[in-house]
Design a protein around this ligand. Structure first.
Ligand SMILES: [Zn+2]
Ligand SMILES: [Zn+2]
Length: 302
């Protein structure tokens, strides 16, 4: 699993930073969080494929988070994409996509839009869930958690044999956490396998003030990607605009017991983000300011 920061700027793109976009690559799938202007060029720069199996999660309908969508869909059409694309976002996402599709000529592949009505799991498959939490911004806005499901613990064939469980279907069931019955005796998974191992947890704040639900969502996250638009000197401004300061983001990470914190959505006023990094570091040690095209591995927890 790796995370690529395609755009780390707040509000306006700068020479050094493109508008908001983060991509999580897992196997052959791609999970994109926000799609600011410039996303497709950043995808080319980072070697992120346009034809991949992909889902897009929009935090809110502010331009710096969604203006990349028309261009991205157009390029996908030009490249002959046939695979469907699922887009998740706040109320209004359908109207937004419809409006530019009608003006520009709609995408030549199926686009399925899911407007989020309530917090909770918005997407799930065998391997992971994506959970949405209602954040605290000036418009309807969502934070997302990408949570891998626990992996089964190591299976011990010799223990299964010793308990008289024949190889085959019953082993498979035990490996997937189901108890089986052999000649009237129940054999529990714990008798033949180690405890299940937790999956990875990546959380993306979108634009928001600090809010209690964020701490819940980010609980034990391997990586918390949090907006830090301003330094704490501008705390009042942050509160007015519905944003978070670097210190506040670090406080969320600390309270949530996150393992690592990435600061994004950096205001154009901080050409050198050192001041943000320093104030965050005083609260939470394992923090970095994400830069455009930075790529980090999120290893499996041991
Ligand atoms: Zn923004
Ligand atoms: Zn915003």
């Amino acid at each position: 699993m790796n995370v690529v920061f395609l755009g780390t700027s707040g509000s306006m793109p700068t020479k050094r930073r493109s508008s908001s976009c983060v991509v999580v690559r897992l196997g052959r799938s791609l999970f994109m969080f926000d799609c600011g202007e410039g996303t497709q060029r950043q995808m080319v720069g980072a070697g992120v494929g346009f034809r991949r199996k992909m889902k897009i999660f929009l935090s809110h309908l502010h331009g710096d988070h969604v203006l990349g969508l028309p261009g991205l869909l157009q390029s996908m059409s030009l490249l002959g994409r046939e695979k469907r694309l699922d887009i998740y976002g706040p109320a209004g996402t359908v109207d937004y996509v419809k409006a530019f599709s009608e003006s520009l000529g709609g995408p030549a592949f199926p686009v399925i839009i899911h407007e989020i009505m309530e917090p909770g799991v918005v997407y799930g498959d065998d391997g992971l869930d994506v959970v949405a939490a209602r954040s605290s911004h000036r418009v309807e806005s969502w934070s997302y958690g990408l949570f891998e499901k626990p992996r089964p613990g190591r299976f011990h064939p010799e223990k299964a044999r010793a308990l008289g469980v024949p190889e085959g279907r019953l082993w498979h069931m035990l490996q997937h956490g189901e108890a089986v019955t052999v000649e009237g005796r129940v054999v529990e998974p714990a008798q033949v396998a180690d405890p299940s191992r937790p999956g990875r947890r990546i959380v993306y704040s979108g634009d928001t003030r600090p809010y209690p639900g964020m701490v819940e969502l980010a609980r034990g996250a391997d990586l918390l990607i949090h907006e830090a638009t301003f330094s704490h000197e501008l705390q009042e401004r942050a509160a007015e605009d519905g944003h978070t300061t670097a210190r506040e983001a670090a406080e969320v990470a600390r309270e949530a017991g996150a393992k690592r914190l990435a600061l994004v959505h950096i205001s154009s006023r901080y050409y050198d983000p050192e001041v943000l990094l320093e104030e965050a570091r005083q609260v939470f040690g394992d923090v970095f300011v994400a830069e455009d095209l930075m790529e980090i591995e999120v290893p499996l927890p041991r």
